[in-house]
Write a protein that binds this ligand. Structure first.
Ligand SMILES: [Zn+2]
Length: 234
């Protein structure tokens, strides 16, 4: 349960930071100038229009079936995600969803995505955190883009170690058999929504399970991708 303790430590650190620096942007440290938690510049960055190169590639369908991360994890997106997950600042979900929705809109046009499923948390972690950040973000994105949202489409069967503590093959082994589909996705094109994609092992396992239930195509998106440079996709 090291992950749970780590969550608690981060939550406390986040609370302490806001007490010490109440007027600083939590993503970049700049003066908030009346904004809450995240400054205007960081908000604009997180909700900037989709880069034209992406739009073209998505329209052509070249990379449409695969894994897409909207922002690099290093930077405002990672900070906003930490505020959401460990600081309990659930309003961050709306900001992050606003940035992710245009990407999903283009992917929908290219692939005909019909339903969105969040990567689920294990029930024990969900109880501890009280919400699933990927569900909060995914629900808003699905509503904005006009696709069906299936918050219970996948279940997490295994209490896995955080992927961040592992690498390569260990990550794939860690999530193998971790998920089960709870709905019938026969003949459907499904979008998996995660908060962070690192190696892609988690969303690949979700896709495998969804395809087993008959999904024809699975596309995965995340707010942030680890190790990405600005405006790139994986
Ligand atoms: Zn900022």
């Amino acid at each position: 349960m090291a992950g749970v303790k780590l969550d608690l430590v981060r939550e406390l650190a986040s609370g302490l930071e806001s007490l010490l620096f109440p007027s600083a942007c939590r993503a970049c440290g700049a003066d908030l100038a009346g904004a809450r938690l995240i400054c205007r510049r960081c908000r604009d960055y997180l909700t900037a229009p989709l880069p034209e190169t992406w739009r073209r590639r998505c329209d052509l369908g070249e990379e449409a079936v695969g894994r897409w991360a909207r922002h690099p994890y290093e930077g405002p997106a990672g900070e906003a995600l930490r505020l959401l997950k460990f600081g309990g600042k659930r309003r961050m979900a709306a900001l992050l969803a606003a940035g992710l929705a245009p990407l999903v809109q283009v992917l929908k046009a290219a692939t005909g995505v019909e339903a969105a499923v969040p990567v689920p948390l294990h029930p024990a972690r969900r109880r501890e955190r009280r919400f699933n950040q990927s569900e909060d973000i995914g629900r808003r994105v699905a509503t904005a883009v006009g696709i069906e949202f299936k918050p219970r489409g996948l279940a997490r069967l295994k209490y896995t170690r955080p992927q961040v503590e592992l690498d390569g093959e260990a990550r794939r082994a860690n999530v193998r058999g971790a998920f089960a589909a709870r709905e019938d996705f026969s003949g459907r094109t499904v979008l998996v929504v995660d908060d962070v994609i690192t190696t892609g092992a988690t969303v690949a396992e979700c896709a495998r399970v969804l395809c087993e239930t008959g999904a024809t195509t699975v596309v995965a998106v995340a707010v942030a991708g680890a190790g990405l440079t600005e405006a790139s996709e994986q």
